[in-house]
Design a protein around this ligand. Sequence first.
Ligand code: AMP
Length: 585
Amino acid sequence: MISKRKSIPSDIEGSNLTKDYENNLITEDDSEEKTETQLEDDHGFLNFGFNKSLLESLKKKGYKNPTPIQKAAIPELMLGRDLLGQAQTGTGKTAAFALPIIEKLEDNNEVAAKVLVMTPTRELATQVADSFKSYSSESRNFNTIAIYGGTDFRNQISCLKRKTDVVVGTPGRIIDHIKQGTFKINNISCLVLDEADEMLKMGFLEDIEWIIDKLPEEKQMVLFSATMPSEIKNIAKKYLNNPAEIKIKSIKKEAQLISQKFISIQRHYKLEALKRILEIKNEGVIIFVRTKSLTASIAEALETSGHSVAVLNGDIPQNQRENTVDRLRKGFIDILVATDVAARGLDVERIKLVINYDFPFDTETYTHRIGRTGRAGRSGEAILFVNRREKHFLRNLENSLKTKIEELEIPSNQSINEKRMDKLTKDININSISEKNEENKALMIDILDTLKVKYSMQDEEIAMAAINLIVGNKPFFIEEDESWINKQNIPDRDRFTRKGQNKSRGSNKKSTHNNSGFETFRFEYGKVNKIRIPNIISSICSSTNINGRAIGKIQVFNDFSLVDLPKNLNRDTINKLKNLKIKSY
Ligand code: AMP
């Protein structure tokens, strides 16, 4: 069905796309921002020659113009070319490969799947499968299924028995189904490897090769990766046939769309500060915390304050997690309290604010967290809670991201009260619009009459009594003590210079603070665990291949430690560090 044609593709729309056929390379220069007029000049998705139902579903999704990756990739894929794409999540890469696939399979009547998409995680598998489902929602009899570990195997088998167009899955579960003969792969004519670098980092190379070897020889291959290390290039060389190469350099642009702020806060005031922030903004918020138990206790505290909130952590079964994400997407809940693992790959348009309640483990974790907002050109906000001791980490973060993270004030009583007033008056005003209350109009007139006749109430008295009903018995304005807010701010001269700590190592090392060769890692071990600096060094050296000399500044605090380690450690080492057990002796 998806045929391989090696003709030179037609030119690509968009003035900031350059294309070099000699090298098969298509790149997007992110230094050129599009002007309003250029955007208006775009012809949306019409130029790709998509069928009506596909265009209809894109319209329903509200997609007006293709993103740069879509502009570059769709024409190539429609021609049946192999494709090597370097693009991060958030660029619209899923639609870039899903749309041509759906278009080509419009009239497919065969039972066995024609397309296989492999993803590193089950979260991404569900997300990609959901995208296929929504883009094909107007197509007749188009079926996508997701197969991944942690969910019912038998259910997947019965889905695979029915007519399937696209299978999206994680390597392990795909292999299980192939081995059991429950996933027939002899019909596959297109294979997509999504987030290939992540799959390699997770050690799936052998599995991927095993699967590719079992698939039919003649097939279109698409490989997407956020980075292009040599291992990925090798896979591309080995399996892809004269691929079109596309590179979207949009990391900076994406990050710029997220306004990043930090709040100076001492640990025991964090919850108070969080509640105050949520007074100002409480729809589409994700709060990242370090432990599963914290997700529960914070969610409980927020619920008590009247927020609609849910938790997302590793203890919650997969199907329930999916359900929670869906409820957030649909607006039944407004706030998620999550751990990093559980929120991996989360893509919900509604998320407008990411709160880093606990400091992230490393820069990558931070980038991933804040990337839950500001997706596909939309703007978003990220707030990072920083205590005095984490300031050094903050500076490191700014250095590696090459971004200044500005300080944000904790909302004062006055700003919260203004917000409450603003919300209440707006709500009342919205309800005065007649079509909104048309249904109850007769009832309302009846009530007004009764109040006027039976109780002799004036218009103003009635209005005031109604407002009183909304406000309730609790004081409307916040009058809590706010003197603690001013005590959180750390004077600038103190911001990044922590003097006299851990002299044994800290001051021996020459200005590691300014040394951009380091990244600071946070370990949840501190004085309460009777941890000392030598314990940290020996644990790191014995569990990873990091040499003791390569370790920079170490700071041990009461219940955590900050350690400077060389930048750009490989995935395997970072995973080992994440699971590091530091023992005192
Ligand atoms: P992805 O990079 O595939 O994870 O997509 C990121 C987000 O962009 C998703 O929420 C998509 O729904 C959205 N998206 C993809 N293509 C477009 C488009 N052409 N217009 C608007 N939103 C899009």
